[in-house]
Design a binder for this molecule. Sequence first.
Ligand code: FCB
Length: 444
Amino acid sequence: MKQFPKEFVFGAATAAYQVEGAAQEDGRGPSIWDVFAHTPGKTYLGQTGDIACDQYHRYQEDVRLMRDLGLASYRFSIAWPRILPSGAGQVNQAGVDYYLRLTEALLEQGITPLATLYHWDLPQPLGERGGWTNRDTASYFAEYAAAVVDRLGDRIHRWITLNEPSVVAYVGHLLGQHAPGHQDTAEALRVAHHLMVGHAEAVEAIRAHSSLAEIGVALSLSPVHPADAEPANVAAASIYDGQLNRYFLDAVCRGEYPQDVLAAYGQVVDLSYIAQADMNLMKRQTIDFLGINYYFPSVVRAGGHPLLVETLPPDGPVTEMGWPIRPEELRDLLRRVARDYPGIPLYVTENGAAFADTVEAGRVHDQARADFLRSHLEACLAAIDDGVDLRGYYVWSLLDNFEWAYGYSKRFGIVYVDYETQQRIPKDSALWLKQFIAAQADNG
Ligand code: FCB
């Protein structure tokens, strides 16, 4: 197998609400996810992130694990309600201190922190004021970003503003499966726009507060294919691609929205909330890198709703989530993004798989996950070979964790977590990855 470039970053990713626990400690305020998960019927068996992997108390062990695996970077998220329990105003120093401790521990082991500012845990007080449906939330987000960068910006140089804005908008506000659990088309579209404005305001704020910052965003991208050559299905695939991918890519890379998507949205909702001043701001704020979260492609047919397509069930192998395993599509996706949005360094900021892991005599034999990682890393290598400026790959996830509405029923970790004891067991896939990274370093 060919080698990755010497500077290529191998990392692992998590998010605050999924791993930290300590939901009520040291002044952390509630987020919309605390409220959602504590609402009966919203998550698998009513499970919550109250304790999760207890990384808040066990970060030192987790950092040691990363060092032992040879990981060069850790992508984690900062919980807005730890920093600003009310969403705005008074900074909670104890919350800041946690991230200082974590960051110090990482830097001591030579692990580069990559911090996401928003991985879905909006402070509940802002949720009560309309959350992302409210334009003000974008400005509060920028204030929060500035507060964080002021305090951590000397140690953390790489920032991701938002994680997967499409999922926030559509899964949270259209499908209702994530917090805040709403099902409203107009609301979801408004949220999608306000997230892009929030991103732009945050980029501006981070630049004003740190000259060292490299700023990006993590988009969930899914290649979309029509079920067949039927013109209605081809059109549906194109507009779905626009909704899911191009809307956000164009916003963060070009500071504009795709015309076909705006035209489709304009037929169902009043878009007058898209203010010219906000578009001008988006245009001015450029990113230093683009994070791509890739899990699977979609095959679609026209549906009844003007904005909702019908997604076909996958054929071929799937993960425990039922997500098709398609590494070759990652290569195509990377090529496409590099072609359509040239000049922006790329990172795969999430990629991984859930499988039904079991512990046997202290080991977890997750060959399927190791195969998944190998094939997707090969796809990355092939894309680099094709000329794509891909700089790193973060496996989702370092640990088994709270998988949102699925609770603890889906395990994505390369490290197994026994939730009764909080024992961590590196799975075979972690041991495979360790070898793989070491072999890269040896031959590099
Ligand atoms: C992504 C999320 C991440 C995790 C993975 C499986 O959509 O960003 O938090 O849930 O999916």
